[in-house]
Write a protein that binds this ligand. Structure first.
Ligand code: NSS
Length: 431
């Protein structure tokens, strides 16, 4: 019995090896008595040559008739041929079409972007999409590995919640057996509870934002890598961010080398080598105002401001000490100037903007109560969170990194949705 190989392994076979491959027919061309099929599986694409005379007439007719994206099993001999893509082709003597395409495959050259998104379930078969997904998988794996190696413990937090972490405006509301609940914007508060037993924790799970902004960088559902650390101040956590981002970029450049090359993307360790420039909000504001951006003290930076600001940098850079009114209530006020907080955003250079947000949390019971009240929030909604400050509270800090934002920057994608298997945006919940 012939062993069925992955296409990647067929390329390594010796001349005239008899092999069997399983895959999908990506394209088909006829030159007289010769039919070429491009066969695709998860590992690569190989040219299948079906020649009348070498293949029997039934096999030749099947090759001629087979619809694009049919699932087939092919058998034949491996031949080196400089004209074939990758220098190898299969001279086929048998085809079995076991998953025929019942219709013409709708994804063709020249179809528009909306059509591709409406048919994302089929567009996923494109090798380009597959490569982005492989890079994404590597990125998540590298991040997890680094965190584990550095003593962080993975925790999994709930998605149904009852009060906002990042402001009420972007909460997705839902009916939870007659009471109101929301989808989480961030698992930070649960992690803050977890540090009192595990000290250094992280999670990798979806966050949700009912954000109507139609920018190139906003999703309504995104994968959020969040980290929380006991006994850490703002500068300790910035160091963790810097080292984690560097580990991701430098390892990805090696572990995804093949895919990056095939996509014609350049990811190099130098792009993210620490230390990263650090500026305060006040300086960032000056830069923006010097470029005639209409922005005042107290305003948070939006996509436009961050695009302009980040074009001034060549490496990721930290912006710290935002005015407290621009940020959520839990941020620690700076003891030297309580009008700003000990927070940080990490912005990707070249127009991309924020990929990480975090900082030091308020760990004092009374100060937290005061800030909740100042923000006009209901103390009862945050009872368990406040409770954490009653028993052995310690200084602590953390951050959240958007997986798709990171990919968007590293792969210089035109839109963040290309980093998702099935993107969720204000106008898209199907497929
Ligand atoms: O709102 S954040 O800046 N911060 C938090 O949620 C903190 N509670 C995280 C923490 O400290 N544990 O979001 C963090 C990151 C941000 O830098 C982006 O990279 C990503 O989450 N993010 C998004 N990605 C895609 N789409 C949207 N809408 C989005 N919002 C945030």
């Amino acid at each position: 019995m012939l062993k069925t190989l992955y296409i990647r392994d067929a390329f390594k076979c010796g001349e005239d090896s008899e092999v069997e491959l399983i895959g999908w027919v990506r394209s088909k061309r006829r030159h007289g008595k010769l039919v070429f099929l491009d066969l695709r599986d998860s590992t690569g694409i190989i040219q299948i040559a079906v020649k009348q005379g070498i293949a029997d007439s039934e096999t030749f007719m099947k090759a001629l008739d087979v619809g694009l994206e049919s699932a087939v099993k092919v058998r034949g001999k491996i031949k080196r041929d400089a004209r074939a893509p990758g220098g190898v082709e299969l001279h086929c003597n048998h085809i079995e079409v076991f998953g025929p395409s019942l219709d013409g495959f709708p994804i063709r050259k020249g179809v528009g972007l909306k059509f591709l998104l409406d048919n994302r379930h089929l567009h996923l078969r494109s090798p380009k999409v597959a490569m982005i997904m492989k890079i994404r998988a590597n990125l998540m794996d590298i991040a997890r590995r680094w965190l584990r190696e550095n003593g962080f413990i993975e925790v999994n937090c709930p998605t149904f919640i009852t009060a906002a972490v990042e402001g009420g405006a972007t909460l997705f509301k839902l009916d939870y057996f007659g009471r109101t609940a929301y989808l989480t914007q961030s698992v930070q508060f649960y992690q803050e509870a977890a540090i009192y037993s595990l000290e250094k924790v992280y999670s990798l799970q979806p966050s949700f934002r009912a954000e109507l902004s139609r920018t190139r960088r906003h999703l309504t559902e995104f994968w959020h890598l969040e980290v929380e650390m006991a006994y850490a101040d703002l500068y300790d956590i910035m160091k963790v961010i810097e080292e984690l981002v560097y580990a991701i970029v430098s390892n990805l450049s090696k572990e995804s080398e093949v895919e990056l090359k095939a996509l014609d993307k350049v990811v190099k360790p130098e792009m993210a080598e620490p230390p990263y420039p650090r500026i305060k909000y006040a300086e960032a504001l000056q830069i923006l105002q010097s470029k005639n951006v209409n922005i005042n003290w107290g305003d948070d930076f939006g996509a436009d401001e961050e695009r302009i600001l980040s074009k001034e940098f060549e490496k990721p850079f930290f912006v710290t000490h935002y005015p407290k009114e621009a940020k959520a209530f839990y941020h620690m006020p700076d003891p030297n100037d309580p009008s700003v907080c000990l927070n940080t955003d990490l912005l990707a250079p070249g127009g991309y903007g924020e990929i990480v947000g975090g900082g030091q949390r308020i760990h004092d019971y009374n100060l937290l109560l005061e800030r909740i009240r100042e923000n006009g929030l209901n103390v009862e909604d945050y009872r368990w969170y406040i409770d954490l400050r009653k028993y052995g509270s310690v200084p602590h800090s953390g951050f959240g990194l958007g997986i798709e934002r990171m990919l968007w920057w590293l792969l210089q994608l035109p839109h963040i949705r290309s980093a998702c298997l099935f993107p969720r945006t204000p106008t898209r919940v199907y497929p």
